[in-house]
Write a protein that binds this ligand. Structure first.
Ligand SMILES: C[S@@+](CC[C@H](N)C(=O)[O-])C[C@H]1O[C@@H](n2cnc3c(N)ncnc32)[C@H](O)[C@@H]1O
Length: 340
């Protein structure tokens, strides 16, 4: 532990999920944490007992969380707080408090803030290192004075690879649905966007009209898609010709007739988790799947309370580790990613 413990925690979430996050944290931590400060997509809690930067909020509704170092107006203030905690090496993540769900973020302006803060920290003898044990999160507010909130986190394996879990992506014109962004954000979260997926096979359950399949085809994958609905022409006529549509409900899919192994299984079917997950378990029983990206539809309030039950059930059949989070592009959904 570096420095004295701070009495506040912070977390960032998607727009509209602030209440879900607060309720989830209350269920997990009870009276240890009391909500203190709330802005759209940002909450802090006062902590009753001493904790340090390795404390895990463990809420899938928190895209990023950690120990709060409070509001800062200048890089100098930031450097002083790090030096007070004897921290001389950090990974610096700068991202906006308000992240639009379609990820249209002005990263250029954020880069110039990052460059400025980075040089101030370096002038104070603080080394910036992508692989550092501690991530310094600077959450930039949307007011003209560019006030920012600072938070510190001891890195965990399941943490997002990108600042704020927000990849620099926007939906391309040829994508037939927002599912393109969801799958790309999930790949980016786990660092799977850096893998060479060319020639590998994916099974896309609930594939119509085809945003997610298109993302995978564009990455050179071969895709078998299952859906009762119509696929967009852009997928059917994809250059690589790597798409095959099984037009049927999930309940009729005979997994023993599929190829025996897939590098990736996606599911974005708009059925409730208790309906869809047993089918995924059944499929994973018959075929070998290296990684899964499952979108759990949280369209009944009770599902938020049952989230751990769903994730634990996924752990019973999916490859480790199993990571659940609400991506910026998710609506009333939580994304579960499994595998390495
Ligand atoms: C959110 S959309 C999927 C979007 C898609 N992933 C994309 O990339 O465009 C949900 C899909 O689930 C499909 N669906 C719903 N119930 C289904 C079932 N029982 N079996 C197969 N597909 C189903 C719907 O037809 C719909 O296309």
């Amino acid at each position: 532990m570096s420095g004295s413990p701070s009495p506040f925690l912070f977390a960032c979430c998607r727009e509209g999920s602030e209440t879900s996050l607060k309720n989830d944290v209350l269920r997990r931590h009870g009276t240890l944490l009391t909500p203190a400060f709330m802005r759209p997509q940002f909450i802090t809690w006062k902590v009753r007992s001493p904790i340090d930067e390795s404390f895990d909020l463990a809420s899938p509704f928190a895209r990023v969380s950690g120990l709060s170092l409070g509001q800062c107006k200048t890089g100098e203030e930031m450097a002083t707080r790090l030096i007070e905690r004897s921290l001389r090496r950090v990974c610096l993540h700068v991202f906006p408090r308000v992240a639009p769900e379609d990820a249209d973020i002005d990263w250029q302006s954020l880069d110039s803030i990052r460059n400025h803060i980075a040089s101030v920290l370096q002038n104070h003898g603080i080394k910036l290192d992508e692989g550092a044990e501690h991530v310094l999160n600077l959450v930039v507010d949307d007011n003209p004075n560019a006030l920012f909130f600072a938070g510190l986190r001891k890195r965990r394996a399941e943490d997002p690879q990108t600042p704020g879990g927000l990849p620099c992506l926007s939906i391309p014109g040829h994508a037939p649905s927002r599912a393109w962004l969801k799958v790309e954000q999930a790949l980016g979260w786990r660092g799977w966007d850096k893998l060479d997926l060319r020639g590998l096979s994916a099974l896309d359950l609930g594939c119509a009209p085809g945003g997610a399949s298109l993302a995978l085809l564009d990455r050179g994958m071969k895709v078998i898609g299952v859906d009762t609905g119509d696929m967009d022409e852009v997928v059917l006529r994809h250059d690589a010709g790597g798409f095959r549509h099984l037009r049927m409900p999930l309940s009729r899919l005979n997994a023993t007739k599929l190829p025996s192994a897939f590098a990736l299984l996606l599911c974005d079917i708009n059925l409730a988790p208790p309906e869809v997950l047993p089918h995924i378990a059944r499929i994973c029983d018959s075929i070998q799947v290296e990684r899964l990206i499952l979108t759990l539809k949280m369209n009944q309030p009770i599902f938020e309370k049952r989230l751990d039950e769903f994730v634990n059930f996924i752990r019973s059949f999916a490859p480790s580790p199993v990571v659940a989070t609400q991506l910026a592009a998710n609506r009333k959904e939580v994304c579960v990613m499994a595998g390495r």
